[in-house]
Design a protein around this ligand. Sequence first.
Ligand SMILES: O=C(O)C1=C[C@@H](OP(=O)(O)O)[C@@H](O)[C@H](O)C1
Ligand SMILES: C=C(OP(=O)(O)O)C(=O)O
Length: 450
Amino acid sequence: MSHADAAAMRPRRFLPTGPLKGRIRVPGDKSISHRSIMLGALAVGETRVTGLLEGEDVLATAAAMRAMGASVERVGNSESGGEWVVNGVGVGALLQPEAPLDMGNSGTSTRLLMGLIASHPITATFIGDASLSKRPMGRVITPLSQMGASFEASEGGRLPLILKGTSPAVPITYRLPVASAQVKSAVLLAGLNTPGRTTVIEPVPTRDHSERMLKGFGAQLEVEVEPDGTRIITVTGEAELRPQVIDVPGDPSSAAFFIVAALLVPGSEVLIENVGLNPTRAGLVSVLRQMGGDITEVNPREVGGEPVADLLVKHSVLKGIDVDPEIAPAMIDEFPVLFVAASLAEGKTTTSGLDELRVKESDRLAVMAAALTAAGARIEEREDGLVIEGTGGEALPGTEAAIATHLDHRIAMSMAVAGLVSRGGVEVDDTRPIATSFPVFESMLAGLVA
Ligand SMILES: O=C(O)C1=C[C@@H](OP(=O)(O)O)[C@@H](O)[C@H](O)C1
Ligand SMILES: C=C(OP(=O)(O)O)C(=O)O
């Protein structure tokens, strides 16, 4: 990191706190927000979105879709967040962007847009921040090359990269080698402008927002489930998408920080409204319940084609468990904050099968092991998971020196939660990355502890 970057960093010490009390409504789901803009930009006519997450990652997607001809505008504010209108160009009609597409910190924007562009006759350069430029793009380059796109990537299949799309692209059948909704979505989105049937075989189910939303936008999409759970997802192109009215549910990955904070801080009772509980996303709630967490679903309902409920969370004494690796895809972004919960539980928590955490915004196994160890937790780092010996509810000592967050929002917010349940506070080196997914995190926290 340069001196200029270091000077711009925004450190903060998160201090121990009294009970969290009150009700909050977390911002819209990041995955659904990205897809609302992308699919809206491919539909002819006006798509209206309420509750859009106005985080930097989603704004990067919005800027990219504008650069390729769509109109994406904020028109107002509703109780659940931003109100946006997207006017699309139609599948097959994306324009050549004039400047490099700056994806910032966002893996989802990068990989899904690579899919979209791969089957259009345009060329785009993708750039991103230091964190994103370390992340592997080979996982999407491989299938998209089979469809006919070509790539000039930096060493190891990384950003910056130039993608030359093709039209007509070639439909493929692709078996996912990693459990990744981003790779699945990239291939399905490329399939929209590809004549014929493009199929993704998914041995381990991952978040299914692309499938739900593609159907909602009128694409011809079939999902077959084999007896062993393998999912075979086929989109038929060339598709015509119809504009939609979308209400984005609250992001369970953002709610996660307040769920864990309320469970850990004695005396807490928090109602988190409008939380998306799609089964492909709700792994953390079920793991925390197995650990003894008191989490009640109030008023279950459907919002924007997704199951949603208000979650009433009360302080609980948590017990360590062996976390079933099969649940990992349904809570892949929630492990950093689960590690914090486990650090305060009674007994040992074992996690495994988490190799994917090493290629997120940071190496989330190594970075969380170092951060929690510095805060006084007892952590063993293994190749594919952490083993954590909890304190049994006793506060962590806290940190002297600042925790290195490596441009990773989830590390910053997880260690903020650790600070609330420490004796001396936890110093986080940089809170700026929080704005990528949860710009109002700090003000919401302040409201609950006031
Ligand atoms: O498709 C998506 O919206 C996402 C998929 C996941 O990534 P992977 O596909 O790399 O698992 C997740 O970590 C990310 O925050 C959002
Ligand atoms: C992994 C994440 O996002 P992305 O891949 O979009 O950068 C995340 O939000 O935790």
